[in-house]
Structure formats: C-alpha cells, structure tokens
Design a protein around this ligand. Structure first.
Ligand SMILES: Nc1nc2c(ncn2[C@@H]2O[C@H](COP(=O)(O)OP(=O)(O)O)[C@@H](O)[C@H]2O)c(=O)[nH]1
Ligand SMILES: [Mg+2]
Length: 377
C-alpha cells in the first residue's frame, strides 16, 4: 500500500482540508458536538451499560479516542453496525480481534429487527450480573455521526413497543426521576424485573481524526460531511484503495450478470439513496430505475476493470497510481455518460461513485486493517 500512503501524503491530504494530523485543535466539527461530549460524560455516569455503535466498515476509525478510556471503563458492547455493507470474510477477523481484546462486540444491521434483538439479548445478558441488585437499569447508545444510532434506537423502540405495548400510548416511557437525578429521563423499556431502559437520545461523539487516512475513511463512510473533505478527494481515495487492493480485477466475471437477478428493494431508507443517481423525482424507484442503476454499476465496474488491466504502471508507485486514477476519472465520466464539456464532470463522477460505494453497489468493504498487536482499547 505504499503508493496509497505516498499519495495520501502528497496530494490527498494537503490543500484546504482542515484535519489537523498533528493533533492540534480540530476546526471542522460543529460546536454542538463538543457540548454533546460533555453531556455524554454526564450520562455515562448514570448508565449501567453503553452500546457503542461503530461502522462495521471502519471498526477502529469510527471510534472516538478521547472517550475510549471512559467507555472501556464501563460495561460496554460494541455494535458494529451496517454489517450488510461490510465484507463478511473479514468481519469474523474483527470479531476475533475484539474477543482477543476482551471486548464484547456484535456485528449488526440496525434496520433488521432480528439483528437488533440479538444485540438486546447480549445487553440483557451483560446486565444480568447486576440485575439482582438494581430495580432499574439504564442503557445508553453512543457513536460518531452517521453510524446508525438513530436507526438503531428506532428499531429498539419498535421492539420495546412489541414487548411492552403500554409504551405506545405514552410515546416513550419515562424512566426517572432516579436517585440523584433531577430531570426525568426518557427511554424505551426493553425488559421487566429489573426494568431495563434504553435511553432515547443517542450521544453524538466527535470523530477522532488522528491522521489523514482516518479522516478520509470517515468521510467515505459518511461520518464527516462531504463538504469538509470534498467529494473529489474522497472519490480519489476510494479509487486509490480499490486499485491498491486489486478489487477491479475481481469484476471481470461480473460483467455478464443478468438483469433478471436483480432484487427489488422496496425499502428505500438509505440516506445515500439510489434515487440520487438519477435526476430528482418524487416516485420511488421502479424497475427501469433499477435497470439504470444496474447498468451504471456494470459500466463503472467495466471502466475500472479495463483501466486497471490496460495499465502498465505500478500501483505501488505514487505517481503511477495518480495517473491511473486520472485515467479512471475519464473512463468513469464516459461510463456514466456525463457530457464531455461538463465543467463539473469530475465532481459529478465523484458523487455518483460515492453513492454507489455507500449503497453497497460496489460490493462489501472493510477499510480498516485488523491490527496484529493487541491494543489497549
Ligand atoms: N446499509 C445500512 N445502512 C444503515 C444501517 N443503519 C443505518 N443505516 C443508514 O445510515 C445512515 C445514517 O443513519 P442514522 O441512524 O441517521 O445515523 P446516526 O447519525 O448515527 O443517528 C442512514 O441513511 C441510515 O439509513 C445499516 O445497518 N445498514
Ligand atoms: Mg442520529
């Protein structure tokens, strides 16, 4: 990956990107997030267990470093969310890694009730050791932006409603007042005797950006706004990752995939909705939209496959990698049928490519590397 590393140093990381790799003041996150961090510390003290939601595609990069000492001192379950977008062949290495660190961890899909039920089972199991002592137990959910905290809370709400239907009328169950707590805390009751409540407003952690690549991974996963880093730079990073991993070479056989096999996904609750790929319109995607997207995916995969196979350079070499990426931008522009003259062509290519990646259309990925040494957290 040295070509990638060099490229990161040279082109991708410089310019106006406001990440401070050296650890100084981070100037890109909004002030309310810093205030939230203080509120989280307060709430953590009240909670009996914390569910730390991370993005399964970046199990380490989506953690907040400052809060790790506080979190690991707590009874904690790490939920690696969006497992549907993460490579299952690598996922088990990560669960093994967390096991080695003696950290409970479970890959989940926040949109799937059965998956969230498994998480709640683990939470209840973890709480059993204190259960005989306390009548009321609190669970809090934390995580950096966009890891799926709201989606998870929403699924927990649905499950709580089916377990204790009375909650539905009250909208949410009032937990408090608790000893030493003045304000009432609202949460969803998931168990009785003892009562277990999941607090309803998740805590938003500030992403920790220790280096440029972590910042780019967070941006690619959507935890840092695109406007902070710029879509072109994120797309360039994505292409660098794909090329150095040789991913496009696996796309040769995919090009004769048949349209009949397309599964119609009626539920369109992704932020990076496939609708973004087509000009704006109100209706949900229909079959012709799906054909359009499937064609687009094939075109993109073909463009990347052929540019990589026709390329005589070395992807380990920074300037070779850079010129390959430039070739790919042109090839993608053609594949995406973006008019040659479009002055914003590179930006349009980047946006479409990012949407395809984020909706899983380019396949499942895990961007972080499993550490081989045993870390502290
Ligand atoms: N594919 C997939 N998308 C998810 C999952 N969980 C959440 N999302 C999507 O990720 C985006 C951010 O989710 P949200 O709950 O708002 O994240 P929050 O910022 O942590 O509250 C939304 O578009 C969700 O639909 C998941 O398990 N799989
Ligand atoms: Mg949210």
């Amino acid at each position: 990956m040295s070509g990638l590393k060099e490229l990161l140093k040279k082109g991708l990381g410089l310019g106006d990107m406001a990440f401070n790799a050296g650890g100084g003041a981070i100037s890109w996150f909004p002030g309310h997030m810093a205030a939230a961090t203080r509120a989280i510390r307060h709430r953590l003290k009240l909670s009996d267990l914390v569910i730390e939601v991370r993005d399964a595609r970046i199990p380490l990069s989506s953690a907040n470093a400052d809060l790790q000492p506080h979190l690991s001192a707590k009874r904690r379950v790490v939920a690696l969310n969006k497992k549907d977008l993460a490579n299952p062949n690598i996922m088990h290495k990560w669960t093994h890694y967390f096991e080695t660190c003696k950290q409970d961890c479970i890959p989940i899909n926040a949109h799937s009730k059965s998956s969230v039920n498994k998480l709640l089972e683990l939470v209840e199991f973890k709480l059993k050791e204190v259960i005989c002592r306390e009548p009321t137990l609190l669970v809090m959910v934390v995580g950096v932006p966009n890891v799926g905290k709201s989606a998870l809370i929403n699924s927990i709400h649905q499950i709580a409603k089916s377990r204790f239907p009375a909650q539905e009328k009250m909208k949410r169950a009032a937990v408090g007042p608790l000893p030493g707590v003045t304000q009432d805390i609202a949460g969803f009751k998931i168990a009785h005797k003892p009562s277990i409540y999941v607090l309803d407003s998740p805590g938003v952690l500030v992403p920790s950006i220790s280096d440029i690549e972590t910042g780019l991974k967070l941006a690619l996963a959507g935890s840092v706004k695109d406007s902070v880093v710029g879509e072109e730079r994120i797309a360039q990073y994505l292409l660098a990752v794909l090329n150095t991993r040789g991913t496009p070479l696996h796309w040769k056989h995919l090009n004769n995939r048949r349209i009949d096999g397309i599964k119609y996904e009626a539920e369109e609750n992704h932020e990076y909705s496939l609708k973004n790929l087509k000009p704006k319109r109100r209706n949900p995607p229909n079959r012709s939209d799906l054909v359009y997207v499937e064609d687009l995916v094939m075109g993109v995969q073909h463009a990347l496959y052929s540019t990589v196979t026709e390329f005589n350079g070395n992807v380990e070499d920074e300037s070779d990698l850079e010129s390959l990426i430039d070739l790919q931008f042109s090839a993608l522009q053609k594949a995406m049928k973006i008019p040659h003259k479009a002055s914003e062509a590179r930006l349009m290519v980047s946006k479409k490519l990012l949407t395809l990646f984020r909706t899983g259309k380019l396949g499942p990925f895990i961007l972080d590397d499993v550490p081989d040494v045993k870390p502290v957290s």
